[in-house]
Design a protein around this ligand. Structure first.
Ligand code: IPE
Ligand code: IPE
Ligand code: MG
Length: 243
């Protein structure tokens, strides 16, 4: 039954600011409203038994936003971790945070570590929150770690293949996203999972993130089901394979 459902959905949750502006509210009201959409998308994926959901919550470039907005996002993150983790655990969801955590407040780093420890053995949905994440950062980290392996003689340069690189990426041991959703009408990748999205199907919708709900998720899945994923082959080859 799960055939043709994506195994891993990645979402660039965009448009909170514009959602708020439309309502003559401050930008942070949009972020607050976005939390409900996060809950709904998690519930949706858990119910449909999707293996992994990665949500882009804060990019390595988002530090450049006004200080007030950044600190609001940080406090929202803290509150979410405090209030929601027990519920995630009860629902057998495994949470992890992907990104450079060093820049976060120590208390926030601790909450992230606690949440991962609590939910680490859960076997349901893998929920990944990308925070202070950038695709280039991810690749740089992998390169740095592989360089150490080479330096210490455990890897020789000729052994470096995509398969060798993958376990060094932040998304290690998850299937790569097969569906990328970006809300709010923007059609760019904004330094998200550059390596991992190599063969993902891209779904763009004009809906702002706070308005993204189960019905919108259904549309994204319907779009995904219609795609023919060729991975470099021809249509005829794929049909012959399935005949
Ligand atoms: C996405 O919404 C949330 C984050 C980047 C944290 P935006 O805040 O980017 O909303 P717009 O793009 O300004 O409408
Ligand atoms: C990308 O959204 C980051 C997140 C959704 C967290 P932005 O709204 O920051 O992206 P740009 O700057 O418009 O490309
Ligand atoms: Mg935006």
């Amino acid at each position: 039954m799960n055939e043709k459902l994506p195994r891993h959905i990645a979402i660039i949750m965009d448009g909170n600011g514009r959602w708020a502006k439309q309502r003559h509210l401050p930008r942070i009201a949009g972020h607050k409203a976005g939390v409900d959409a996060v809950r709904e998308s998690v519930r949706y994926c858990a119910e449909k038994k999707i293996e992994a959901l990665t949500l882009f919550a804060f990019s390595s470039e988002n530090w450049q936003r006004p200080e007030m907005e950044v600190s609001y996002l940080m406090s929202l993150f803290m509150t979410m971790l405090k209030l929601e983790v027990k519920k995630l655990h009860k629902n057998n969801i495994r949470l992890r945070v992907m990104g450079d955590r060093e820049r976060f407040d120590k208390k926030l780093q601790q909450l992230m570590a606690d949440a991962e420890a609590l939910t680490g053995n859960n076997t349901g949905l893998n929920l990944v929150i990308a925070a202070n994440y950038g695709g280039r950062w991810d690749i740089c980290e992998a390169v740095r770690k592989i360089a150490v392996e080479v330096e210490q003689g455990r890897v020789i340069p000729n052994q470096i293949t995509p398969e060798l690189i993958e376990p060094f990426l932040a998304s290690k041991d998850l299937p790569e996203p097969d569906l990328l959703i970006r809300t709010s009408g923007e059609q760019r990748i904004s330094n998200f999972m550059l390596w991992q999205l190599a063969y993902a199907e891209f779904y763009f919708t004009d809906v702002f993130w706070p308005d993204f709900n189960a019905a919108e998720m259904d549309k994204a899945i319907a779009f995904f089901r219609k795609r023919e994923r060729r991975f470099g082959c021809t249509s005829e080859q794929l049909r012959a394979e399935h005949a």
